[in-house]
Design a protein around this ligand. Sequence first.
Ligand SMILES: [Zn+2]
Length: 299
Amino acid sequence: MSKPFSIGVDLGGTNLRVAVVSREGQIVDKITVSSTGNIIESLVGAIGKLFSGEINGIGLAVAGLTDGKKILNAPNLPILREIDFVRILQERFNTPVYIGNDASLAALGESVSGAGKDLNTFVMLTLGTGIGGGVVYNRKLLSIAGELGHIVVEPGGRLCGCGGKGCLEAYASARAMSTVAIEAIELKRETMMVKDADCAITPADIYKYANLGDPLAIEIFKTAGFYLGIGIANYINIFGPDAVILMGGLIGAWDIFIKKAIKTATASAFKELYAKTVIIPSTLGGDAGIIGAAELTYC
Ligand SMILES: [Zn+2]
């Protein structure tokens, strides 16, 4: 008989977020601590504050590739690979411990208590600095490599952080949009956009200028939206989902960016499959991964 609560953890680069999550996928308590010191000490301390006899197990969401027990690759926080979180936490708390990819677990979280709650099959995309995602198929999280941001949308195109060329992430991520804006300014394209003190431009800046009518800013979002739409059309043709759920800071630019993606996907996907698909925002936002991690203890 499973216990009514689990601990979900988001192992981020600057923060560790630890939450008590109910069987129904509701967060009932949450603490955030810095992950810049001794990560295992901070993690054990934070879990210790929330742990009780009512806890069914612990689930960890990490930005990287895992095999369910170990972290195989964590490009943004390589130190994580050297720590055997599962063994350490199992021994310390005497409870089952699971680990999974954060974007994939965000999809699982949305299926438990978010925008995917009543859906059988959906594709979830996290649109942030990079692009990740997961697929829930017939109400189960598909155990696939799941590098959804690295499908090729432009053969031989822009260089991606993964070493490939023309990946979706190299066109429709926050990092990609900022890079394109900086390149255009350096090429003296006509624009109101200016680089900040760090010679950077955030998507929020680009969005601000797009709303002021800056043609370059609008073009950057529309180009990114076009490629996102190509990606979405491919996922629709493969999975025939009920929905494509989008999350991350970039969906704040829904009216320019996502509208263009929807238009492109409509024109590119197999019509009979697209007819049953809706493209909708996540309802859990940043909590989706934690809720999905906690759900691992019940799967
Ligand atoms: Zn790539």
